[in-house]
Each structure stands twice: as C-alpha cells, then as structure tokens.
Design a protein around this ligand. Structure first.
Ligand code: FAD
Length: 461
C-alpha cells in the first residue's frame, strides 16, 4: 500500500523531505503557512548571500586602483540592490514550487497543529479548517529569533535580521547585539556599504563554533573593514533619544552607550513550536526544540522532527539531510548519510569555513593531533585575485586520519567540501596529498596543508 507522509513546513528541511518522499513513491502532502522555501530562501541564506555579493564588490572597489583600474565616485542604489535580491529569491522559490509540482507533492497553504497522535488540524489561508489523518508526519517548522527581555526592545528601529534585509536606506550607524554567524555576516555587509558598525558581545568570544586561531586572526580584519567589536558588555536597556537609539550596556569599566539609527538584535534563534499542540500527539520537547533520536524520530514513533525545530544544528543543509534521513527511514530504507560531519560556512570578509574537530574540541576529547597550516599568501591564485589573507588548517590524528579542516580565506565556503569528503570517508592525509590539484587554484593550498602534515610541503618552510 502506498505510504502517506504529511510534512509541516516548506523550508529546506520540509521541501527536501517532501521531494525525496515523492521520489520514493510516497503520497506526500506539504503544509506551509507562509512561503515555500522557509527562512533559508526568503529571509536567510539566499537574501543575505545576494547582499554579500554587493558588499564584496564594494570592498573590491575600495582598492580597485591596485588592479590598475580607475573608477569615478561609487554610489549605492538601494532600490536596485533590493530588486536584485528579490528577483533571486523569487526565482529560487518559484523553482522549488515547480519541483514540488513536478514530483506530485500536494501543497496546502495553511497552518497545521496536532489534534491527536495522528491527526492534524489545518487552518487554511481562506480561514476554513480541514483535518488530515496520516501515519507518518514530519515536523519541519524551523526557528525564529529569540529576543531578550530588555527595556526598549519594542522601540521602532530595534529589529531582527528579517527586517534589516528589507532596508530602504543604508543606515549611518548600526549596532548589532550578538556575535554569532548572522551578526557577523550583517556586520560585514553593512560596513562595506559605509555604515558605522558596532558589534556588542556579552563575553570576549564571538563566532564560538569557529577554530580559535581563526577568530584570533579574524579580529584585526574586522577592524580593517571598519567594524568595532565591543566585548564583555551585558545589555541593560535601549533608549530613544532625539538623535536616535542608544543601546546601553554594562562593560568591565561601567556603563557603555552605543548610538545607532537601527539596532539589530541577533541574540540567537529558538524553535518554532508554538501553536503546534505537540502535547496532543505525545511529542516531547524542551526549550531547545523537539526531542528526537538518531533517525530524527520524536517520542511519537510516527512523527519525525527535522531541521531547526529540533535545535540540533541550525543550518539549511543539515535540515535538508535530516529530511532525507527521516523519509528514507519511513520508507524502510537504511539511510546512509553522516549527520555528524556538517560543514559550517560564514560569509564574512574573508570567508570562514570549518568541518570536523577543532583543536579545542580535540583537546577536550583527549585526542592527540597533528596540525598543518598553509597560508594563502603563498598561493598563486590567492595572490592573483588580490585575496592573500588567511589560511587552510588541516588536523589529523597520530595515524594520519583527517579529523578537521578549518579555512579562513577566499572561497572558503567552496573549498571546505574537500575536507568534508575527507572526514566523512575517514581519509588519510595521503589521499589528499597524493591527489593532483590543478594550478593555479586555491585548492592547491589544501594539498599543501596536507603535505605539511608530512613535512613535505613544497611552497612552505
Ligand atoms: P525554515 O527554513 O525556518 O522553514 C520552516 C517553515 O515552516 C517556514 O516556511 C514556516 O512558515 C513553516 N511553518 C512553521 N510553522 C508552521 C505551521 N504550524 N504550519 C505550517 N507551516 C509552518 N543556514 C545556512 O546553512 N547557510 C546560511 O548561509 C544561512 N544564512 C542564514 C541567514 C539568516 C539571516 C538566517 C535567519 C538564517 C540563516 N541560515 C543559514 C539558517 C537557515 O535559514 C535555517 O537553518 C534553515 O532555514 C532551517 O530550515 P528548516 O526547514 O528547518 O526551517
């Protein structure tokens, strides 16, 4: 008998699960209350990366004379920037809608909640309600910004990433509360557009998931790009003054005040579970998200929870692969994906990417390691394109199995996949070192870093 799967949420977790389910012969219904593509396509990964391109071009223009090119005064057309971003988003969302249709996925536009272990109530966009009973349900409702309880948090101009993406003029002064990936990406984008950016963080660490050597080397580059990092500040309140907003905090030496036109609250994200009535279906959850096992199955054996809503890894590609795992398990297949090796890319200047163990994690786990680093300053392609900052670091165990790869530099987000492949396949250093990497490419830096582990790097002493 054909299996029936209902997916709640059409983000990169939900829509991928729906397509994979249809490919495997299930009858799939996808319920989405807002826009297909979810946070990622509409308010996250994609719009930020189109703006990242604007910022990258502006940064290049700042030293375009180095390339022997003269330009006139550079002007920013916000309307055009927004329309390009919207065109990219619309074309991707439309593409996903067509894929869902082509795969025979039935899409319902409405908001779903549980009424029992296997039945959902759906409030349709036209206000009507409908119930749906199904053996297999996948919850993929994503996440939303977690706003701290702070006096003044509701003032106009205190915004989340979703609102900042819709900017209609470039702010003169932007204060960003938080030092995570979203905070640092927006800092880079707006600093490139000429905004004075203050990043305010609670401790002395930012981008906590990143290799510490990289964050240490990245901090001075932030300064070079006009971003001020203010450490060890606990937030007190937000004030409205005649001149705009002020974020008030308590620093090590007393009160500190940061003036701004707008304040981006980037203090973390939490799961979207409100209104789902999870209790009715016997689904356990915590503040961090829906509790799942290694197959992303909830405490209700017929319900799975994938992506941001289970609070495991808040990344689009993790959500998609969890969706595939859930569907394959439902369809009785033995899922082969490795959910422990997930590359993490940060679109700052220069890009940062990592996969596998950091040095700190290896030390915490008592694993003895070897490490090798190759600087982009010694790589022909990096110098040719004028982007010599950064390095590739490869970490292996004492038997030469690659455990971690950490990159800061040009196209780090593209280069990281060789590392992800090496770690997923438990490759030895020689597997990379003996693979001929084309010249002149950034990839050569990867090969040289692995050669370095054997003290055989050619372009490094
Ligand atoms: P979502 O994409 O959030 O989708 C959930 C969907 O469920 C939504 O469409 C929502 O409307 C729907 N929904 C919720 N409740 C219901 C309900 N009751 N009934 C019906 N539908 C419902 N990740 C990366 O990997 N790379 C990046 O570069 C990156 N950049 C980001 C930049 C920003 C500014 C932000 C905010 C996030 C970024 N992320 C990035 C994170 C990424 O967007 C998320 O990890 C990803 O979208 C999670 O996918 P998901 O399917 O779990 O949830």
């Amino acid at each position: 008998m054909q299996k029936k799967i209902v997916v709640i949420g059409g983000g990169p977790g939900g829509y991928v699960a729906a397509i994979r389910g249809a490919q495997l012969g299930a009858e799939v219904t996808l319920i989405e209350r807002h826009k297909i593509g979810g946070t990622c396509l509409n308010y996250g990964c994609i719009p930020t990366k189109t703006l990242y391109k604007n910022a990258e071009l502006l940064n290049t223009l700042k030293h375009i004379e180095d390339f022997g090119i003269q330009t006139g005064e550079v002007a920013i057309d916000v309307e055009k920037i927004q329309s390009r971003k919207d065109t990219v988003v619309t074309s991707l969302v439309t593409g996903i809608e067509q894929l869902l249709k082509a795969n025979g996925v039935h899409v319902i536009q409405g908001s779903a909640s549980f009424v029992s272990e296997d039945t959902l109530k759906i409030v349709l966009d036209n206000g009507e309600t409908q119930t749906l009973t199904c053996d297999h349900i996948i919850v993929a409702t994503g996440s939303k910004p977690s706003m701290p309880e702070l006096e003044g948090i509701d003032l106009p101009g205190v915004i989340t990433s979703k609102e900042l993406l819709e900017f209609d003029k470039v702010p003169k002064k932007l204060v960003i509360a938080g030092g995570g990936v979203i905070a640092m990406e927006f800092a880079g984008i707006f600093a490139a557009m000429g905004t004075e950016v203050d990043v305010v963080i609670r401790s002395d660490r930012f981008l906590r998931e990143v290799d510490t050597e990289i964050t240490k080397r990245f901090a001075p580059l932030l300064k070079k790009n006009g971003i001020k990092l203010n450490k060890n500040v606990s937030l007190s309140r937000i004030e409205q003054t005649e001149n705009g907003l002020v974020l008030v905090g308590e620093g090590k030496k007393g009160e500190v005040r940061f003036e701004a036109d707008q304040i981006l609250m980037s203090t973390g994200r939490g799961p979207v579970m409100d209104g789902l009535n999870l209790e009715a279906a016997g689904i356990e959850f915590t503040r961090k998200g829906i509790v799942v096992d290694t197959h992303f199955k909830t405490t209700n054996p017929n319900v799975y929870a994938i992506g941001d809503v289970n609070g495991r890894i808040m990344l689009a590609h993790a959500a998609s692969h969890q969706g595939i795992a859930a569907v394959e398990t439902i369809m009785g297949l033995s899922h082969q994906g490795n959910h422990d090796v997930v590359p993490n890319c940060i679109f700052v200047f220069p890009e940062i990417a990592g996969v596998g163990l950091t040095e700190d994690q290896a030390a915490d786990q008592g694993i003895e390691i070897k490490k090798s680093k190759f600087l982009f300053a010694a790589n022909g392609k990096a110098l040719s394109i004028g982007e010599p900052d950064g390095f590739i670091k490869v970490i292996s165990d004492l038997e030469d199995t690659i455990l971690g790869v950490h990159i800061m530099g040009p196209h780090a987000s593209d280069l990281i996949h060789e590392g992800a492949l090496a770690i997923t396949q438990k490759l030895k250093v020689d597997a990379i070192a003996n693979t001929i990497h084309a010249h002149p490419t950034l990839g050569e830096a990867f090969a040289e870093a692995t050669l370095g582990l054997k003290n055989e790097a050619i372009h490094m002493v």
